[in-house]
Write a protein that binds this ligand. Structure first.
Ligand code: AMP
Ligand code: MG
Length: 333
């Protein structure tokens, strides 16, 4: 297997101290509450814009789930750093809280909804030290979407178009808010197409620190492809290339991960065995794959809070959450 990525640390890392971690609503000054309201308006715009676009493009809007027997293993994703998995017993069965809806998406997209999206709460109990990366929360929301028979390129083109339209719309419709947040001038409209870089090439050119290099030197979002990770991302066994992609935001880091998916039983089993992923956690997915009912698809998940964080220029992701979920910090709400 190719050399793993070094986990991403935000560029904000050095600037964050314990005192600068986001506070809960009831401890904010009047000025900080004003700021929170502006971020709320931006968030509302983003949610409305994105959901309209997906609906207009023929996607079905699914409501999310929280408890399931099967969820994303987040392994072997080199970017993941999970302190503990949350499991509990209901009706005599052990269920996990959603770490992402990838399994649900693959099943739903194959069986019933060829184009689907959902705003899904993800619970990931990140390690405490991630409080200071500025870009990790222990609860966040993914706009997760999937398209049957789509290619990786189809998904990247769709995302680029939606993202550039979003920024254009924000600058037109929310000028006052962006000015007040100090982001009107620095948030540039996105010229398409975006650059696509192969992770192996970047690793060769910049070494282990390639991720920070890319984030600090790009003025607009860029795509990274060919990233070794979980079993559900498509891997070409002949040439070892992964048909997947991350979208990186300048100054912040990864805002989206996605891929063309594996759908063939033998490949999925082989990858689960190789990565020590427990097959009994994915019984339904494996059954459908074995019966030929799992269909080829591609899709992605966008971290909503991280997207808003970049738009408003917040130092810490908790600043854009009404109820900050900072790793290691548990407020009452
Ligand atoms: P992943 O499934 O890990 O690739 O995550 C998909 C997207 O969710 C990422 O690109 C981020 O935008 C967002 N994300 C992942 N982990 C976190 C986290 N701990 N806090 C906030 N957003 C996250
Ligand atoms: Mg990712």
């Amino acid at each position: 297997m190719a050399k793993p990525l070094k986990p991403l640390e935000s560029l904000a890392l050095e600037k964050l101290s314990e005192e600068s971690l986001p506070k809960p609503l009831d401890e904010l000054s009047d000025a900080e509450l004003e700021n929170k309201k502006l971020v709320g308006r931006v968030t509302t715009y983003v949610l409305k814009y994105l959901s309209n676009k997906f609906v207009d493009n023929g996607f079905e809007w699914l409501l999310p789930v929280v408890f399931s027997k099967s969820t994303d293993p987040l392994w072997p994703d080199p970017g993941a750093s999970i302190d503990k998995k949350v499991e509990c017993e209901i009706y005599g069965e052990t269920v996990k809280t959603t770490s992402s809806m990838i399994v649900h998406k693959m099943v739903a997209c194959s069986l019933a909804y060829p184009k689907l999206f959902t705003f899904s709460p993800n619970i990931r109990i990140e390690k405490r030290e991630r409080a200071y990366t500025g870009i990790h929360a222990y609860e966040f929301t993914q706009l997760d979407f999937e398209v049957r028979y789509a290619s990786a390129q189809d998904i990247r083109s769709l995302v680029e178009k939606i993202l550039s339209g979003l920024i254009e719309g924000l600058k037109k419709d929310l000028r006052e808010e962006l000015v007040a947040l100090g982001r009107y001038k620095t948030l540039r409209e996105i010229e398409l197409p975006l650059e696509v870089y192969d992770r192996m090439e970047l690793l060769k050119k910049h070494g282990d620190n390639w991720e920070n290099k890319i984030i600090s030197s790009s003025s607009k979002p860029v795509w990274i492809t060919n990233i070794p990770r979980e079993f559900y991302d498509f891997e070409d066994f002949k040439n070892g290339r992964w048909d997947n992609y991350d979208l990186m935001l300048p100054g912040y880091g990864e805002v989206l991960s996605g891929s063309k998916r594996e759908w063939e039983y033998n490949k999925i089993v082989k990858k689960m065995d190789r990565d020590n992923v427990r097959k009994d956690n994915y019984q339904l997915l494996l059954k459908l794959a074995k019966e030929g009912k799992l269909k080829p698809s591609a899709g992605a998940g966008i971290g909503i809070e991280r997207l808003v964080q970049w738009i408003v220029g917040a130092k810490h992701i908790g600043e854009v959450q009404p109820f900050p979920k900072i790793p290691g910090v548990v407020y009452e709400l």
